[in-house]
Design a protein around this ligand. Structure first.
Ligand code: 5GP
Length: 126
């Protein structure tokens, strides 16, 4: 499997501090920040700090520590924003757009966390 990571993608610049962001949570292995163009009252992006293009790349090349650290950060965001259904929150949708057909715009692996209202149907019917 070959993945060509673009060091100049927008999230790489955010990680290097070259572009500002509204940080929600910063942990050893991941950064969570508000999406610049929110599609819901809560719209947070969570990205690993390592150079991974998409989920498949991340899962196959990252260390177990990075993978666990990333998902702990996702959970940390849900906890901080009181979204977890098991803890009285109203829930959320987690999305990982991947590759061309997944309509991934930024080639650095990320998940979207959308919440704050019922998010609606999973995808539009065609
Ligand atoms: P994708 O389509 O790749 O899954 O989503 C990329 C997301 O990154 C979009 O929701 C877009 O609004 C967000 N985004 C693009 N540029 C920036 C930026 O400079 N700052 C922040 N915070 N979000 C961005």
């Amino acid at each position: 499997m070959a993945y060509d990571y673009d060091n100049d993608n927008i999230f790489a610049k955010i990680l290097r501090g070259e572009i500002p962001n509204r940080t929600v949570l910063d942990t050893g292995h991941a950064l969570a920040f508000e999406d610049i163009s929110p599609r819901a009252p809560v719209h947070v992006l969570v990205i690993p700090k390592g150079p991974y293009v998409c989920f498949d790349h991340f899962q196959s090349a990252a260390t177990n520590e990075e993978i666990v650290g990333f998902f702990e950060t996702v959970r940390g965001v849900c906890e901080k924003l009181n979204l977890s259904p098991g803890e009285g929150g109203k829930g959320y949708r987690m999305i990982a757009n991947t590759g061309r057909d997944g309509v991934q715009e930024v080639p650095h692996f990320h998940v979207h966390i959308l919440a704050g209202r019922p998010i609606g149907p999973m995808v539009m019917a065609v």
